[in-house]
Design a protein around this ligand. Structure first.
Ligand code: UDP
Ligand code: MG
Length: 317
């Protein structure tokens, strides 16, 4: 099998036929042996019936379908599709016809001939509401800064991968937005970009609300934190905790010195609780100790984790 096309779908019955026929046209013309894996993420409309019908009717392509018991989210759907994929190249594509199957041959070529591990689509001209375009700019900028991967459009549904890449990344939660970052962490550095055509949604409605921006941002923070300190939490919490604790200690020392100066100078000292240093020292020592402990606990958890020493071997001779 040359190519697997993974299509996550959630209530997209209106567009599936058109999509499958279009993919069939493109792949037959290019003579690429392809399979399409529809992952039905718990649709409540007729999507699954349509997938079954397509399996019967589409002859030139191998159509496969996986149906979830309920809605688990796009990341889960992609991950499941990745596990099932058998092609040497894997392309993911949204089911809503916003991504055009006409991009398939070029993406396929970039992976097979130009040596990319991953090629992400870039919807340079987008047909989405203003709020979405605007926030997406900001969010892509942050993702670029945090990851050092220079992509314009991390969340583009249209992406192509070498088989190795999809078998080595674990897309969970809502991490489908950051697959390039996950891929880079797994050691696949050759990440490219291709400008792709984008259409306005023809049928149905978007499945992601405004909370996507908050969640997307939080996920990004998690990723960059885990990337840097996931395997050595004490280096973050321990350092910060010790620093804060030392600050508290200095404040306490100042209180002591002031007291001593008063005693030896023969004048009456201010009450300890009247001094700002008292509060600074109190708060810093408590917070510092807590951070230190957090780091220590995180290290203990890390020691027991199955992933504490994980590595993947590329080749062996
Ligand atoms: N999707 C999914 N599970 C979900 C939400 C979305 O499989 O819980 C699919 C959806 O059917 C579509 C793709 O993910 O094929 C992208 O979703 P959508 O078009 O709603 O996102 P947008 O284009 O608005 O970013
Ligand atoms: Mg869409």
């Amino acid at each position: 099998m040359d190519l697997s096309i993974v299509v996550p779908l959630y209530n997209e019955d209106e567009s599936l036929r058109e999509l499958a026929q279009w993919i069939e046209r493109v792949c037959t013309k290019q003579k690429i042996a392809s399979e399409v894996i529809f992952v039905d993420d718990g649709s409540t409309d007729k999507s699954w019936q349509v997938v079954e019908e397509l399996k019967e009717n589409i002859k030139e392509l191998s159509i496969r379908g996986i149906k979830f018991q309920r809605n688990y989210g796009k990341s889960a759907a992609l991950f499941c599709g990745f596990e099932a994929a058998e092609g040497d190249v894997v392309i993911t594509m949204d089911a809503d016809l916003q991504d055009s199957p006409d991009e398939i041959p070029e993406l396929y070529k970039m992976i097979t001939q130009e040596g990319y591990d991953l090629v992400s689509g870039w919807k340079k001209k987008r047909y989405d509401p203003f709020v979405k375009r605007f926030t997406s700019k900001f969010y892509n900028w942050t993702a670029r800064k945090a990851s050092g991967i220079y992509l314009h459009d991390f969340n583009c549904g249209l992406k192509a991968y070498k088989k190795d890449v999809v078998k080595n990344v674990e897309v969970y939660g809502e991490m489908h937005r950051y697959i390039p970052i996950l891929a880079k962490e797994a050691g696949f550095k050759n990440i490219g970009e291709k400008i792709v055509q984008h259409q306005a949604r023809k049928y149905g409605v978007t499945k992601f609300g405004l909370d996507r921006f908050i969640n997307g941002f939080l996920d990004l923070m998690t990723l960059s934190f885990i990337n840097r300190f996931g395997k050595r939490p004490m280096h973050f919490f321990g350092l910060l905790g010790s620093g804060v604790f030392v600050l508290g200690f200095i404040a306490a020392a100042i209180i002591g010195i002031l007291k001593l100066m008063a005693i030896y100078g023969g004048y009456s000292a201010r009450l300890v609780t009247d001094l700002p240093y008292f509060y600074i020292s109190l708060v810093s020592m408590v917070i510092g100790a807590q951070m230190f402990l957090t780091g220590f606990l995180a290290e203990l958890i890390m020691r027991n984790s199955q992933e504490r020493n994980i590595y993947k071997i590329d080749t062996k001779i």
